[in-house]
Write a protein that binds this ligand. Structure first.
Ligand SMILES: Cc1cc2nc3c(=O)[nH]c(=O)nc-3n(C[C@H](O)[C@H](O)[C@H](O)COP(=O)(O)OP(=O)(O)OC[C@H]3O[C@@H](n4cnc5c(N)ncnc54)[C@H](O)[C@@H]3O)c2cc1C
Length: 324
């Protein structure tokens, strides 16, 4: 526990900078930033924040997030320290770890192709672990930044699949503080929405598909090359700004293609601009303010609506400063 934790029951920072905790590199400070290291600490952080009148906001890798500048008088809980990924006890449906029971160590992945993953594990760590074990299912997330919790909450994915294709059980914390294990059949994930509402993801059990390591690695490499060829992955962004609209409404065009058709690629506001490479990415050149970015997004949305009649819906999550 840090000295700045005052009387929070988990590590805590006061007036914590959020900017560098986002991929877009924009955003102000949080009155409190809580840093649980385990699912139990996450539960404790949520319960304590709520007892003190805060509705906590959950920050994963900050890769699909635009945070307004200024002081946010709120409690943010980061899952950054919850980075464990391990194999479960064979045959058990719980989050228990295999290596705690010596007789079960070295179960071949093909005999139990599951992984237990805590919320803060990065998607890239997850991809590489699955690849090393010869387990397929995570390649669709090759090159997608962020963490397991954010990936489950957003149902991250792309043309080759999505997070929830592999979720067997998700461990969540309800707003009232109860920790529950929800089987896949009880969940209703949709396009870029895990369908969990206000529940917080503490971890998940993933069921993957045994294959050879070489096959999995080759597929992940291929998907990564394809992604890097079309998206500005090295720039500061929040990923795709808009969800792809219903194809019937958009004449089969994606959000990025609509932006391009409207001649908006390269459009600038302050230090923010629409990527010339991919119309659905807004980039922070270096010193963009949240007003630059959010203003540009609104400009693009309004222009697409007026030129094509398609109202684009935000995929990115926006955190505004709200009075308590
Ligand atoms: C260069 C780039 C490329 C990208 N490519 C893709 C892509 O191909 N496909 C794709 O789907 N996305 C893509 N993204 C978006 C992003 O990587 C994914 O949405 C990722 O899953 C976000 O995870 P995160 O941990 O960063 O979530 P954050 O951005 O931190 O949070 C996103 C939302 O999830 C909520 N959340 C976070 N953690 C939890 C939790 N534990 N429990 C409950 N809610 C939580 C947050 O409160 C917020 O509402 C890309 C982003 C970038 C910057």
């Amino acid at each position: 526990m840090t000295t700045s934790s005052l009387n929070w029951p988990v590590a805590a920072l006061r007036d914590a900078e959020l900017r560098d905790r986002t991929y877009m590199r924009v955003g102000g400070r949080a009155r409190w930033l809580l840093e649980p290291a385990t699912p139990e600490e996450l539960q404790l952080a949520i319960v304590t924040a709520r007892e003190r009148g805060f509705v906590p906001r959950i920050l994963g890798g900050g890769c699909n997030m635009i945070i307004e500048d200024g002081l946010h008088d709120c409690v943010v809980i980061t899952t950054d320290r919850m980075k464990r990924c391990f194999r479960p006890v064979r045959g058990s449906a719980s989050f228990e770890e295999e290596s705690q029971r010596s007789e079960l160590v070295h179960v071949p992945p093909a005999e139990d192709p599951r992984l237990v993953v805590w919320a803060g594990t990065t998607l890239q760590k997850l991809c590489s672990t699955a690849t090393e074990l010869g387990l397929s299912g995570m390649e669709c997330l090759a090159g997608v930044p962020g963490q397991l919790g954010g990936g489950v909450a957003m149902n991250a994915g792309g043309r080759y699949g999505e997070m929830w294709d592999s979720v067997e059980v998700v461990r969540v914390i309800e707003p009232d503080g109860r920790m529950l294990d929800l089987p896949r059949a009880e969940c209703t994930p949709r396009y870029r929405n895990g369908g969990l509402g206000e529940r917080v993801v503490a971890g998940a059990i993933l069921r993957l598909v045994p294959q050879t390591r070489a096959e999995v690695r080759e597929r992940a490499k291929q998907y990564l090359l394809e992604k890097n060829a079309v998206q500005p992955v090295m720039e500061w962004s929040a990923g795709c700004v808009f969800k792809n609209p219903d194809k019937q409404r958009s004449g089969g065009l994606s959000a990025g293609q609509l932006v391009e058709r409207c001649g908006l690629k390269g459009r600038e506001r302050g230090d923010a601009y629409v990527s010339p490479q991919h119309g659905n990415f807004v980039i922070n050149r270096a010193h963009a303010s949240s007003d630059d970015i959010l203003g540009l997004i609104e400009e693009v949305r309004a222009e697409v609506a007026s030129q094509t009649g398609v109202e684009l819906e935000l995929e990115v999550k926006v955190w505004r400063r709200e009075p308590r």
